[in-house]
Design a protein around this ligand. Structure first.
Ligand code: 5AD
Ligand code: FES
Length: 363
């Protein structure tokens, strides 16, 4: 273990067996050593700075039916909403004025022209109003290359599309038959061709998922030369097929899920070095300080929620999602305090582009 960490301090060139070994540590002492090493590599590669991305969850209408997700099409217990353009624009401007540097527009998946055109218009409006200085990330699911291009031309420049898992059997178990991992991989390629900074990631701690699976996930991220990573612990949602199979997490299970989430961040930092890694909100659903713990073991991006409080309870991807009663300024104040508390600075007014992307595109 110590030998592997020693090596990882200098190079990200770890084998599948070494990655699996790091992910499998469970005693406190070695886990802390792993986190500290990942933090040292983060400090060296991307600095002790956390970048804010204001998250706008603009609609929970979704054509997909993923077995884990609270806003899946078949869930009848969700009241569906769609923000209008004005509301999305207003929230993005709030991020700009709050000096966030970037915003993320996320929603359930829709592939109809009406929705595609609405997103195109609002992205254009935000880009024009901020003179292109506010980073615009989209997280709107699988689309055609044509659509990705339209949104890019409108002014978006980053795109997040999680692969969820790279194990084909597990992918098939957590999705209906017509959801395809190959399509998703094609989308990631199309995004790359279109010129976006591309982000992907997985969920960890799903039933049946092994440490080897997670090691393969990390190797996949490396292989496709990804720029940004958003990954988080799987948390059951009681209105979903997967959530019905197992009861809500006990305190002990929460602790284990959080540790796995943190270990994944740490090992991903060790292997991928200069990418942007988000401390997922789901970490905070497991423990109040989950997100800052994420920053302490290698993450460098945090996504304060900007969604109008009225909509927040309707965007529950998993149970106990934090900040559903809060508003944008409460999250700003709260997260700023937490980040200062761990001795990091916040990259206010900086887009905080992925260093990996910059290096990749300069060459
Ligand atoms: N637990 C944790 N993360 C979830 N997501 C969806 N449902 C859950 C859940 N139950 C994640 C997926 C998706 C992202 C937007 O939210 O990884 O890509
Ligand atoms: Fe939203 Fe703390 S981050 S209240």
């Amino acid at each position: 273990m110590e030998e592997i960490l020693e090596k990882a301090r200098k190079t990200g060139d770890l084998s599948r067996a070494e990655i699996t070994a790091l992910l499998s540590v469970s005693d406190q002492k070695h886990m802390q050593m792993l986190f500290d090493t990942a933090y040292a590599v983060k400090a060296e590669e991307v600095g002790r700075v956390a970048y804010f991305r204001g998250l706008i969850e603009c609609s929970n209408i979704c054509i997909k039916d993923c077995f884990y997700c609270g806003i899946r099409r078949s869930n009848q217990n969700v009241e569906r909403f769609l923000m209008d353009e004005e509301e999305i624009f207003k929230e993005a401007m709030w991020a700009y004025e709050a000096e966030y540097g970037s915003c993320v527009i996320q929603s359930g998946e829709r592939q109809d022209e009406e929705y595609i055109a609405m997103i195109e218009r609002v992205v254009k409006r935000i880009a024009e109003a901020t003179g292109g200085s506010l980073g615009i990330t989209l997280s709107l699911g699988e689309q055609t290359e044509e659509v990705y291009k339209r949104w890019k031309e409108a002014g978006a420049h980053r795109y997040l599309l999680r692969i969820e898992t790279t194990n084909p059997e597990l992918y098939a178990k957590i999705h209906p038959e017509d959801h395809s991992m190959d399509v998703r991989k094609e989308c990631l390629k199309a995004l790359r061709r279109t010129g976006y900074q591309v982000g992907t990631g997985v969920m960890m701690g799903m039933p049946g998922q092994t440490m080897e699976d997670l090691a393969d996930d990390i190797l996949f991220l490396k292989e496709i030369d990804i720029d940004m990573i958003g990954m988080g612990p799987y948390i059951p949602h009681s209105d979903t097929p997967m959530g019905k199979e197992i009861p809500a997490y006990t305190d002990e299970e929460k602790k284990v899920a959080l540790q796995l989430g943190l270990k994944m961040i740490a090992v991903t930092r060790l292997v991928l070095r200069d990418v942007n890694i988000a401390a997922a909100t789901a970490l905070q659903a497991l423990e109040y300080t989950g997100r800052e713990q994420g920053l302490k073991c290698g993450a460098n991006v945090i996504m304060p929620n900007l969604t109008e409080t009225e909509f927040r309870p309707k965007y529950q991807l998993y149970d106990n999602k934090p900040c559903t009663d809060e508003n944008s300024s409460m999250c700003r104040g709260c997260l700023s305090g937490r980040i200062k508390g761990i001795g990091e600075t916040i990259g206010f007014n900086e887009r905080g582009d992925s260093l990996h992307y910059r290096k990749r595109t300069v060459q």
